[in-house]
Design a protein around this ligand. Structure first.
Ligand code: PHE
Length: 447
């Protein structure tokens, strides 16, 4: 970054940071377990359709609005119109909620990484996992550790280290996932898992799986919370926005698919339940590593890379409330980071304890605290944020200004701009409304 407000030195720097935010626990941990819970390939298909139709469209709108306004997630909306600042505030709330449980899973990753030094997970991985997450305070300790690591990086500013770290981490993660995937799909009995992952059973498509797939697209692309908008605001007019808006989802989807191949066939080969839920990766992968030569080295390397992938996402989440306190309320950066980290960690503790005896039996609307926070953020607030983006960019700021921004005043031709405009103004918002009405049962009621 250079100049006063800060600017990426190249589109590449931006793509690395944006991909760093996008690729994280959403791909490695959440995508495989959601696919496992929602019928496998049927979910994967929905995910792909939503990714292309809604994800790419809104990502381009979000980056474009950011660069056009040159403001962070909250102030950009206020700059379009004073009356719209609540959209940014809603995104900030979603980011805080996501980070609160992200830290919990980040802590699990850290815990598993440390296990390498104790010889990996021998014996029954399910029993090992169950024992860990039901401990009354051990997971909280790791959650705090993960949050402190996030805070430490955000205090020092994101540039430099993270940009450089990403360049090693990303290819490393891809290579390792390919190795793991190959091991997983060649396990005896893996065929049923490959079939489950790739051969859709359309009867598995339900309102719940549709809402889950849509939420996952938003979660995985870091959409609708002002994160991509803020990153886009540091781009200059020399970058081709539509290229960025295609590269990031491609990378993100590739990592999610590789994680699916590494995890789901192994679930079938070892006779675990695909609908296991948030623990899926933590029981399935140790079993795969135990079947590999030098398995525990791969085990260590994987959880180390997963830890970095989680960190590049968690810092982008913490940056949202921090940059708002710093820019709009003139807080000192260090103070903003410390206060936000403490508050968000505290909000996350009930999520952390949702897997153990302390709060595990406690449900609201049939969901544990963890599930409720995740659902409200990923499946409600993020899609609403995305809907608002469609309206703001498609109608209020306007397609003409957006296309002028995307093409940098005609420098980068955008031949598909009519299709994009139709997607942004009609298809995406209509799809979001229908999915929502269906989710709350209204459409079924009308039938
Ligand atoms: N996209 C991240 C992941 O898949 C999570 C995230 C959501 C990060 C929203 C920033 C904003 O892990």
């Amino acid at each position: 970054m250079s100049n006063a407000r800060g600017e990426w030195s190249s589109s590449f720097g931006f793509i690395m940071a944006a991909a760093g935010s996008a690729v994280g626990l959403g791909n490695l941990w959440k995508f495989p377990y959601l696919a496992g819970q929602h019928g496998g390939a049927a979910f994967v298909l929905l995910y792909l359709v939503f990714m292309v139709v809604i994800g790419v469209t809104i990502l381009l709108a979000e980056i474009t609005l950011g660069r056009g306004m040159r403001r962070n997630g909250i102030e950009a909306f206020a700059k379009v119109s004073k009356r719209l600042s609540w959209i940014g505030a809603m995104g900030l709330l979603a980011a805080v909620m996501i980070l609160s449980f992200y830290g919990v899973i980040g802590g699990w990753i850290a815990r598993y990484f440390l296990q390498v030094f104790m010889g990996g997970v021998a014996g029954d991985p399910k029993a090992f996992f169950g024992e860990f997450i039901s401990h009354p305070w051990y997971p909280v300790l790791f959650q705090i550790g993960f949050m402190v690591a996030t805070a430490f990086i955000v205090i020092r500013g994101i540039a430099g280290g993270i940009e450089r770290g990403n360049k090693i981490m990303m290819p490393g993660l891809l290579i390792l996932l390919i190795i793991l995937g190959v091991r997983s799909v060649t396990l005896p009995g893996a065929g049923a898992g490959i079939d489950f992952f790739l051969n859709p059973d359309f009867s598995k498509i339900t309102p719940a799986s549709i809402v889950a797939a849509l939420g996952q697209v938003f979660f995985s692309l870091s959409l609708g919370v002002g994160c991509m908008l803020t990153y886009g605001s540091y781009l200059n007019r020399n970058s081709d926005l539509k290229r960025c808006a295609l590269t990031i989802p491609s990378l993100d989807t590739a990592v999610a698919f590789l994680a699916g191949f590494a995890i789901l066939p192994a679930v079938f080969a070892f006779g675990f339940e695909p609908s296991e839920g948030p623990g899926l990766m933590f029981v399935s992968l140790p079993a795969v590593f135990n079947q590999m030569p030098f398995g525990f080295l791969f085990f260590g390397l994987f959880f180390l890379l997963a830890f970095f992938a989680a960190l590049t996402s968690s810092i982008s989440l913490l940056e949202i409330p921090v940059s708002w306190l710093v820019d709009a309320h003139q807080w000192h950066r260090r103070k903003a980071v410390i206060v936000c980290t403490i508050v968000i960690t505290l909000i996350g503790i009930p999520s952390c304890l949702s897997f153990g005896p302390a709060l595990g039996g406690f449900t609201f609307f049939g969901k544990t605290f963890f599930e409720l926070v995740d659902f409200m953020a990923s499946n409600v607030l993020m899609p609403i944020g995305g809907f608002c983006l469609c309206i703001v960019v498609g109608y209020i700021w306007g397609i003409d200004k957006a296309v002028e921004e995307i093409t940098s005043g005609g420098r980068f031709p955008f031949r598909l701009h009519t299709i994009w405009a139709v997607m942004l103004r009609y298809v995406s918002p209509a799809a979001l409304v229908i999915i929502f009405l269906d989710a709350v049962g209204l459409l079924r009621f009308l039938k």
